[in-house]
Design a binder for this molecule. Structure first.
Ligand SMILES: NC(=O)c1ccc[n+]([C@@H]2O[C@H](COP(=O)([O-])OP(=O)(O)OC[C@H]3O[C@@H](n4cnc5c(N)ncnc54)[C@H](OP(=O)(O)O)[C@@H]3O)[C@@H](O)[C@H]2O)c1
Length: 350
């Protein structure tokens, strides 16, 4: 599989590491032989039409390494040109999330699919804004659009619902889809901290960005909820359809009131027949959703199997790269099956 990686930060680098470290297993267990033909960053790209040796690609992930030091570096290389030049099978998109415009990821996804490349993305932006159109574009171009890493990091929330719940109707979903806000609310609950003090601590620990808007104003979990709702419940929504309330208004007093009632205040993402929202909500302390720290959790309410809850780390470079790997293996499986079913044309001998 010839791959272009776009965006070379935490997830892009972790993906290269995971591919390098698991190459034998990928080959022997899944028949997957990933060849990285380009790594595209904001200033240009490392390009090797034969597929760069993974050890070479790994060097580019080392601290202090810059693309300029590699012979294969092409300054100002454009993704659009590389897609047609390199006969790439799949693009892995890991540029920063923008929930207002979806860019640059939105253009990258469209370009790749129009060029006949499968897409694996960990970037929520394009999907939060234009998921139905992007899925349609994938179908039109007969390629796969995969996005396991956009929700739950390495925790297979989307796959659990889509692949393991055949025969069940999912009536609703509710969950904790943002680690930073869960860390803040957990600290407020367990140590009686104010919102501001808990946010400061989250910043010091590296859980919160300098600008924590996407987290504390709940745009990040709203984007993930849209992806879940569209994929798992067959909705056709964008982030603009979600009623969103962040956690800036959560006070020590509100946390204490919930506690006195045997509950915990959590930032809950919810989608059901009665609407779609993200808001602070009190949940029973003994409910499996009551997870602490940066942990994420999601409960599916089903018709036949009651509630099913999945719990795991919601982020992390290597964890998210594991989701990229799952998507790659999935694409490999789908197209091996297709190839096996496609009748081989044998020219008739006269
Ligand atoms: N980190 C996680 O745990 C995690 C988990 C799940 C999903 N995600 C999502 O995965 C994506 C990547 O996350 P990350 O943590 O790896 O982010 P990151 O460390 O900020 O990496 C993003 C990289 O993309 C580069 N970039 C920006 N614009 C670009 C462009 N036009 N073309 C090519 N490269 C471009 C950035 O370069 P500059 O730094 O020079 O701008 C940076 O190197 C994000 O959308 C994020 O929301 C992350």
């Amino acid at each position: 599989m010839r791959i272009i990686i776009v965006g070379f930060g935490v997830v892009g680098k972790s993906t290269v590491r995971v591919l390098a470290e698991h190459r034998e297993q990928l080959r022997s267990k899944f028949g997957l032989n990933p060849k990285i033909v380009a790594i595209v960053d904001i200033n240009g790209a490392l390009v090797d039409p034969k597929g760069m040796p993974l050890d070479e690609a790994l060097k580019a992930t080392e601290k202090g390494s810059s693309f300029e030091q590699f012979e294969t570096f092409r300054k100002d290389a454009k993704l659009e040109d590389l897609l047609s030049e390199l006969e790439c099978d799949a693009m892995v998109e890991t540029t920063p999330t923008n929930l207002k415009t979806g860019q640059p990821g939105l253009d990258h996804l469209r370009m790749a699919m129009k060029n006949g490349a499968h897409v694996i993305t960990t970037n929520k932006g394009p999907l939060a804004l234009a998921m139905p159109a992007l899925l349609e574009l994938a179908e039109h171009n007969r390629v796969s659009l995969k996005f396991s890493g956009t929700v739950g990091g390495g925790t297979p929330m989307l796959d659990l619902a889509k692949k393991c719940m055949d025969g069940l109707a999912i009536k609703s979903m509710r969950g904790i889809l943002n680690g930073t806000t869960n860390y803040i609310l957990t600290k407020m609950d367990s140590e009686g901290m104010t919102f501001e003090a808990a946010l400061d601590e989250a910043r010091v620990k590296g859980y919160a960005e300098a600008d924590p808007t996407y987290d504390v104003d709940a745009l990040d979990p709203a984007a993930k909820l849209v992806i879940l709702a569209n994929w798992v419940m067959g909705k056709s929504l964008s982030i603009n359809d979600v009623k969103i309330t962040g956690i800036r208004g959560v006070t020590k007093e509100k946390i204490a009131d919930a506690k006195a009632a045997g509950k915990a205040l959590k930032l809950i993402a919810y989608c059901g027949d009665d609407g779609i929202e993200v808001a602070p909500r009190a949940i029973l302390r003994e409910h499996p959703l009551n997870v602490g720290g940066t942990t994420n959790a999601l409960t599916f309410s089903t018709d036949l199997a009651d509630e099913i809850t999945i719990v795991g780390k919601g982020a992390g470079g290597i964890e998210t790269a594991s989701a990229v790997l799952r998507d790659m293996i999935d694409i490999r499986k789908i197209y091996t099956r297709h190839a096996a079913r496609t009748p081989i044309f044998v020219p008739r001998r006269e």
